[in-house]
Design a protein around this ligand. Structure first.
Ligand code: SR1
Ligand code: MG
Length: 429
């Protein structure tokens, strides 16, 4: 799939991209017609890369090219192009483990850090649909299949120790992307950092308490260590609702450039956190009081189902497909062994739930106080209304981080979120 030599990297803008695609026979065939007639549009609205949609008489493709720096910030923040390699590798593995839930890969050029994928149409970024108040009936089933299968089948429960360690090694070089997470999620929101920002002046006292709250610092530091030192499974690594494309009937998980072997709760917590933020942001998008209650009810139901279906599917895979070196069958023989192993599975999933709750809390705070925010809150134009939604989310996030064990079930999480729906923060200004 690679057509250039190392050292050939250049940023492909429209004309160069047209020439490049014209020179790749399978892509030219998908697009159809004369290359001059292809319509090329740059649509990237993420923080890191260029993304083009290319349409021809016969069809379309999506082209993603990594930039040698963080797009959101500019050339002052260099970032390795190798992330395109890890994204391609992760997409290939996910396509195998969770067929139909990631975009089809059509072409990859390693030196150009460029990947061409099927064009997902009429899919939209899920976060945009959530801001608009759209329900997605397939989402729970699809995202839980994706998480259960990609996490289980890359873990020691499914793999031999050698296969697992090969997997860790294959992604170990993606450390620059891990470092972004380590800094932006687990560190910067809790200290003075130039790139932090929040809804001023309303959240000033909240930001100050994030910087002063030692219990919070301990909680987030424990999670940071878990993120750095627990290679449980191949993570997507950035599984927020901006990394999911949907129609009402289809779900596709995109953008795994942060993939590495880490703690499973990080991916699960990312999905839960982003749904919870959609829930709290919803009040800020109402045009009349209570207008979006049905949507908000669906979001909380979705939070509950995401956890319960994920847990069920993961445990079922463990019961049927445990070919890995962990928990050797010979140690759990007979009825007594089977019962003890089942109790252990329940304990494992409860521990994973606690991790997901904590990571979800960290994911919420980073979107409200860190560098990279989300449109769920940012599109609430009135800053006071935005801050009210954000403050509710932050209050839940602190409890999820510091009082994690008080959330024993997912209903404890949704109950706490529901209880904060109409809470009015006292702003100092
Ligand atoms: C500098 S990159 C900021 C964020 O964008 C990505 O989507 C990740 O979430 C990362 O933390
Ligand atoms: Mg992304």
């Amino acid at each position: 799939m690679t057509g250039s030599r190392a050292g050939d990297y250049r940023i492909l803008h429209e004309a160069a991209l047209r020439d490049y695609l014209a020179g790749v026979p399978n892509l030219a065939a998908v697009l159809g017609g004369a290359p001059a007639s292809w319509v090329i549009t740059e649509v990237g609205d993420g923080n890191l890369n260029l993304v083009f949609i290319v349409k021809g008489a016969g069809g379309g493709v999506a082209v993603k090219q990594a930039l040698p720096y963080v797009r959101l910030v500019g050339e002052s923040w260099p970032l390795p192009l190798s992330r395109a390699h890890y994204e391609y590798l992760a997409l290939s593995r996910q396509a195998h483990l969770a067929p139909g839930l990631v975009p089809a890969l059509l072409h990859h050029n390693e030196p150009l850090a460029l990947t061409v994928m099927e064009l997902l149409e009429p899919h939209i970024i899920m976060r945009k649909g959530l801001v608009a108040g759209t329900h997605y009936p397939r989402f729970v089933s699809d995202v839980t299949n994706f998480m259960a299968r990609t996490l289980f089948f890359t873990s020691d429960l499914a793999l031999s120790a050698a296969e697992k360690k090969e997997g860790i090694a294959a992604f170990a070089g993606n450390h620059a992307l891990c470092k972004i997470t380590e800094d932006l999620i687990f560190t910067d929101p809790y200290r003075v950092a130039v790139q932090n920002h929040w809804t001023v002046p309303y959240l000033n006292t909240f930001a100050a308490s994030l910087r002063a709250d030692m219990e919070l610092h301990v909680a987030v530091s424990r999670l940071k260590l878990k993120f750095m030192a627990s290679p449980e499974a191949l993570l997507h690594g950035d599984l927020h609702t901006g990394s999911i494309m949907v129609t009402e009937g289809q779900t596709r998980v995109i953008d795994p450039e942060f993939a590495f072997y880490g703690p499973m709760g990080f991916d699960v917590g990312a999905v839960l956190a982003n749904l919870l933020m959609a829930y709290f942001a919803s009040a800020g998008h109402e045009r009349s009081p209570g207008e979006r209650r049905a949507f908000e009810g669906w979001v909380l139901e979705t939070v509950e189902q995401v956890w319960s279906e994920f847990a069920q599917k993961f445990l079922d895979l463990w019961r049927t497909d445990a070919k890995g070196d962990a928990y050797p069958a010979t140690l759990f023989a007979g009825e007594k062994g089977a019962a003890r192993l089942e109790a252990e599975r329940q304990a494992y999933i409860q521990r994973l739930f606690g991790d997901a709750v904590g990571f979800a809390g960290a994911k919420i705070n980073r979107r409200i106080f860190g560098l990279a925010h989300n449109i769920d809150f940012e599109l609430i134009e009135d800053p006071r209304r935005r801050a009210i939604s954000e403050a509710r989310a932050v209050r839940l996030a602190r409890a999820m981080l510091v009082e994690t064990t008080t959330f024993q079930t997912i209903a404890d999480v949704t109950g706490a979120a529901r209880g904060l729906r109409d809470w009015m923060p006292e702003f100092s200004n």
